[in-house]
Ligand binder design. Structure first.
Ligand code: GLV
Ligand code: GLV
Length: 323
């Protein structure tokens, strides 16, 4: 009989179809009494399909799934999964890297331009009929800005490559200087912020990057400064950001992510100068389907004995079998 797999929240039809075909798929979100349902099916479950955009996979849930072998998570970020807890239980964790790099990089450039050139505000202005009264106010520019990328991983590099087409300079901060990268490296984030007037945040979330962008970093970025966050809300101290925007410590911000999604602080919503997106950086049909397919393919490959395709670095995988 087919292997039992639990899906924690609804995903794209392509994922559900692929999983339904290969496995005995259980839909957790369809059950009102989740605890009751888990005590019924929990012991049979060997794989989980989950998403970084939904709830957490933690010790309490692992406890209910004693025969779990693999968690296949939708998204490149996997701060939704307690990987330490998973590793302790020899549970493999996979994510969906790479298939979204270009999409996220495209959106980042769009958000940066929208924020500086005030594209959403201009659209609102026209729709409100205000163009009939006066031309739209002139905007700041991207030209000749100094862009600091926080986290020069694969997506960060795809952003930098696009920025090379503009008249800007590029620098970066990360844990280590990267060989063969021509952009200026800053060992501290405050140092990068001092040298730049745009910060693009694209570092992983989780405890190690929590509130990395704090009041000191924003102060160093300065009154002409622009903060773009397409990483995780947790990387930016949101209270400090609101204060920095209010006091004009920085110029403006473009955000795709927030500390308590989908709730966004009312203070931000009321600020005319900021551009706010609802966590859509990877959100094209094409890319979400590719990510979903990879969620399914990781589970299929594992249960066919071919190993996980894209295990996260913390996972107990020695290349042959579960360690
Ligand atoms: C789709 O599969 C999603 O998690 O948004
Ligand atoms: C989205 O935020 C992702 O991690 O893929």
């Amino acid at each position: 009989s087919k292997t039992d797999v639990l899906m924690t929240a609804p995903m794209m039809p392509i994922v559900i179809e692929a999983l339904d075909e290969a496995f005995n798929l259980h839909r957790l979100w369809e059950h009102e009494d989740r605890e009751q349902y888990l005590s019924e099916i929990g012991p049979r479950i060997r794989g989980v399909a989950t998403s970084t955009l939904y709830g957490r996979m933690d010790a309490a849930l692992f406890e209910r799934l004693p025969n779990l072998e693999i968690v296949s998570s939708f998204g490149v970020g996997y701060d939704n999964v307690d990987v330490t807890e998973a590793a302790g239980r020899s549970i493999i964790v996979t994510n969906t890297p790479d298939v979204l790099n270009d999409e996220v990089a495209d959106l980042t450039l769009g958000l940066l331009l929208a924020t500086l050139r005030k594209i959403p505000q201009a659209d609102r202005y026209l729709r409100e009929g205000r163009w009939l009264e006066a031309p739209f106010p002139l905007s700041p520019t991207l030209r000749q800005r100094k862009i600091g990328i926080v986290g020069l991983g694969r997506i960060g590099k795809a952003i930098a490559k696009r920025l090379e087409g503009f008249d800007v300079s590029i620098a970066y901060h990360g844990r280590t200087r990267q060989e063969g990268v021509a952009y200026a490296y800053h060992p501290t984030l405050v140092g990068l912020a001092e040298a730049c007037d745009v910060l693009v945040v694209i570092t992983p979330g989780g405890a190690s990057t929590k509130h990395l962008v704090n009041a000191d970093v924003l102060k160093a970025l300065g009154p002409n400064g622009v903060l773009i966050n397409v990483a995780r809300g947790s990387v930016v101290d949101e209270r400090a950001l609101i204060e920095a925007l209010r006091s004009r410590t920085i110029l403006t911000a473009g955000l795709d992510v927030y500390e308590d999604e989908p709730r966004v602080p009312q203070e931000l919503i009321e600020m005319e100068q900021v551009v706010l997106l609802p966590h859509i950086a990877s959100g094209s049909v094409h890319t979400r389907n590719a990510m979903g397919q990879l969620v399914a393919d990781n589970l299929i490959a594992w249960f066919e004995g071919r190993g996980p395709l894209t295990p996260v670095s913390e996972t107990p995988w020695n290349g042959l079998t579960k360690s």
